[in-house]
Ligand binder design. Structure first.
Ligand code: NA7
Length: 291
C-alpha cells in the first residue's frame, strides 16, 4: 500500500478535502474524487485527479478510500445513499474516514466494512485548513494497528502526526474531547476579552500578559488575532464546531457523564450561529459579546 501506484479515492472536497487531495496528487498518487458540488473538484481535476460520477464509482476505483464530509448525515449519505460507496468498496482495500462524526457511526461503518472484507480506520483530524494545506494535520485514529501501518505512508502525506488511540470509535471520541477543549478555550478568551474591553482596556493588553503566563496556548496564537480584529474568515467553521459540541454532548449523555461547561458553551455557539448570515470561523463566538 506504500507505493504511489495504489489508487486513492477521495470523497468530500470542502475546506479540508481539497488541500488533502492536492497533497496526495503532489506525492504521486493516482486520485479519483467525488464531491456533491462537482465544481469544487475543478482545481484537483486540473492537477490530474479523475472526477467520478458517484461515491460508488470512487470506491470501485480505489485501493484506499478517504472520506471527509461535514457530519453524520452527510457521511451516511455518501456511504449508503443512492450510488453510495459502501456497496462498491473492494475486498482487501482500506477505508479511512476523516470526517468528525459520532463514535457509534464509526463502529457501524467498521462492522459494515468487516462484512465486505474491508479494513476501516476512523481518523478525524485537527489542524484546520492551514494544517491541511501544509500537510501537517494531526490524525486521531481508531482501528487495527496493522491497518494503520499499511495506511501510514498515505496518511503521512497529509499529516505530521498519527496517534493510534484504540479500537474503532476511539479516534472520534478523542476528537470530540479535543474540540470541546478548543471550543471552551476560545469561549473563555472571548469572555475575558469582553470583560477587559468593557473596562476600557485594549484587548491586546490581555493577550500580551497571557503570552507570558500559564494561559499561553496554541489557540491564543492562532485565534486571538481574529478576536482582536473582529475578522472570522473560516478556517474551522463555527457551524462544524457547533455540530461537534452536539456530538460530544450526545456521547456524554450515552456514557452518563456531565459536561456542564461544554453544554453552556454550546448555547453560546448556538446563539452566534443562529445570528450569523455568513460562514464564520468558530472564533466568531466573540460576536456573542460584540453585537
Ligand atoms: P466543509 O468545507 O463544510 O466541507 C464539507 C464537505 O462535505 C463538502 O465536500 C460538502 O459538499 C460535503 N457534504 C456536506 N453535506 C453533504 C451531503 N449531504 N452529501 C454529500 N456531501 C456532503 O467542511 P470541512 O472540509 O472544513 O470539514 C470536513 C470534516 O472535517 C467535518 O466533519 C469537520 O468537522 C472536520 P459540498 O461541497 O457542500 O457539495
Amino acid at each position: 500500500m506504500n507505493s504511489p501506484a495504489k489508487h486513492i479515492g477521495l470523497i468530500g472536497l470542502g475546506l479540508m478535502g481539497r488541500p488533502m487531495g492536492m497533497n496526495l496528487i503532489k506525492a504521486g498518487y493516482p486520485l479519483t474524487v467525488w464531491n456533491r458540488t462537482a465544481s469544487r473538484a475543478e482545481e484537483l481535476v486540473a492537477a490530474g485527479a479523475k472526477l467520478a460520477k458517484s461515491p460508488q464509482e470512487v470506491a470501485a476505483a480505489s485501493d484506499f478510500l478517504l472520506t471527509i464530509v461535514s457530519d453524520p448525515p452527510a457521511l451516511e449519505g455518501v456511504l449508503w445513499g443512492d450510488c453510495g460507496a459502501m456497496q462498491a468498496l473492494k475486498r482487501g482495500s482500506i477505508y479511512v474516514d476523516s470526517s468528525t462524526v459520532s463514535p457509534a457511526l464509526a463502529r457501524k461503518i467498521s462492522a459494515a466494512c468487516a462484512e465486505r472484507g474491508v479494513r476501516f480506520l476512523d481518523a478525524p483530524v485537527t489542524g484546520g485548513d492551514w494544517g491541511a494545506k501544509k500537510g501537517e494535520l494531526v490524525f486521531m485514529i481508531g482501528g487495527e494497528v496493522d491497518t494503520l501501518k499499511e495506511a501510514e505512508p498515505i496518511l503521512k502525506v497529509m499529516g505530521k502526526k498519527l496517534f493510534h488511540l484504540g479500537p474503532n470509535g476511539a479516534g472520534q471520541t478523542i476528537k470530540l474531547a479535543m474540540n470541546s477543549i478548543l471550543a471552551l478555550q476560545v469561549d473563555a478568551l472571548a469572555e475575558a476579552l469582553a470583560l477587559v474591553t468593557r473596562a476600557g482596556i485594549p484587548g491586546e493588553k490581555l493577550v500580551e500578559v497571557m503570552q507570558s503566563s500559564m494561559a499561553r496556548s496554541g489557540v491564543l496564537d492562532v485565534k486571538a488575532p481574529n478576536l482582536l480584529k473582529d475578522q472570522y474568515v473560516p478556517s474551522f467553521p463555527l457551524r462544524l464546531m457547533h455540530k461537534d459540541l452536539g456530538l460530544a454532548l450526545d456521547l456524554a449523555n450515552q456514557l452518563g457523564v456531565a459536561l456542564p461547561a461544554t453544554a453552556a458553551a454550546r448555547e453560546i455557539y448556538s446563539a452566534v450561529k443562529g445570528a450569523a448570515k455568513e460562514d464564520l470561523d468558530f472564533s466568531a463566538v466573540m460576536r456573542f459579546w460584540k453585537h
